[in-house]
Ligand binder design. Structure first.
Ligand code: FES
Length: 301
């Protein structure tokens, strides 16, 4: 889809809301939890970043909220520093990998940082029963508080969030939904596991995408290509830049779509899809966020 940037709202020092409208026709309906992938122009390449849609499903436009990442790989920096009203962007049709669980009567929502965004769309679901705790930086508190109903509890960092007590206080028919950067997801998932929450009652979406790391070479056994993955790009980005079309959906390490078999080399896992035993097996990699721990890695692709 080609969407035009109709409005840019400054919500905080590093947070902006972007309104995207169709150049022609009408937008596909995007339910609570849906995201779009924006194709963002950069020097010598195109960044593909996933953003939650926070507008109501009946809206004629999509709204997304973007935090300017401190060490941006390109996408959020371009949107904050270069995007102008009237710019036209290529946007992939919305996907919904994180709808509120229909089998749950109650929802415990835990978010951190820009992980607030998918749950903003949950506010549009009539009658949804939820308890929501959000952890954020002090500098973002005013911006986020303005977007949230008073029932949401805001925490500055994680110090005031007693997760063990919160999890223990939930009724048996509660499902837990998590969204935030990698460190928050690790923290919350470890607490839920420790408290004995079954996996089928935990739903997660990760935000922040790939964080970069040491460069490495990926050898693709079936295509016969060898590709250099730079320090500031993900394995998925590098494969796409080489003209390949590897599978992917969320681009955040949560959906499992980009999983590829590993034939040689050691994986540095950053996803929240594989179990600890699957990680230890070292036979699969999520290309959107994970990297090679070795200087070279060979994949069955
Ligand atoms: S694209 Fe979803 S886990 Fe990689």
């Amino acid at each position: 889809m080609r969407l035009v940037l109709g409005k840019i709202d400054v919500l905080g020092p590093s947070i902006r809301r972007f309104t995207l409208s169709p150049v022609s026709g009408v937008l596909p309906v995007a339910g609570a939890g849906a995201h779009v992938v924006l194709e963002i122009p950069g020097p010598g390449r195109v960044w593909k970043n996933a953003y939650s849609i926070v507008s109501t499903p009946s809206s004629a436009s999509y709204e997304i909220i973007v935090r300017r990442v401190e060490h941006s790989r390109g996408g959020s920096a371009w949107l904050h520093d270069h995007a102008r009203v009237g710019d036209v962007l290529e946007v992939q049709a919305p996907q919904n990998l994180f709808p509120p669980s229909r089998t749950s009567r109650r929802h415990l929502l835990l978010s951190a940082g820009i992980g607030i965004t998918p749950f903003l769309s949950y506010l549009h679901v009539p009658g949804l029963s939820f308890e929501w705790h959000h952890c954020g930086k002090a500098e973002d508190a005013a911006a986020f508080a303005a977007l949230l109903p008073e029932t949401v509890t805001l925490h500055t960092g994680r110090n005031t969030l007693n997760l063990a007590a919160l999890l223990a206080a939930q009724k048996l028919d509660t499902h837990l939904s998590l969204c935030g950067p990698e460190s928050f997801m690790d923290f919350a998932l470890a607490a839920a596991e420790h408290a004995g929450w079954p996996g089928q009652k935990i739903h997660k979406e990760s935000f922040g995408g790939a964080t970069g790391g040491a460069p490495f070479i990926v050898h693709l056994r079936r295509s016969g290509q060898s590709i250099h993955v730079g320090a500031e790009e993900s394995l998925l980005d590098a494969m796409e830049a080489a003209g390949l079309v590897p599978p992917c959906l969320c681009r955040g390490g949560a959906c499992g779509e980009c999983k590829l078999p590993v034939l040689e080399g050691v994986v540095e896992h950053h996803d929240h899809y594989l179990s600890s035993s699957e990680r230890a097996a070292n036979d699969a990699i999520m290309t959107c966020v994970s990297r090679a721990r070795t200087t070279e890695i060979t994949l069955d692709f």
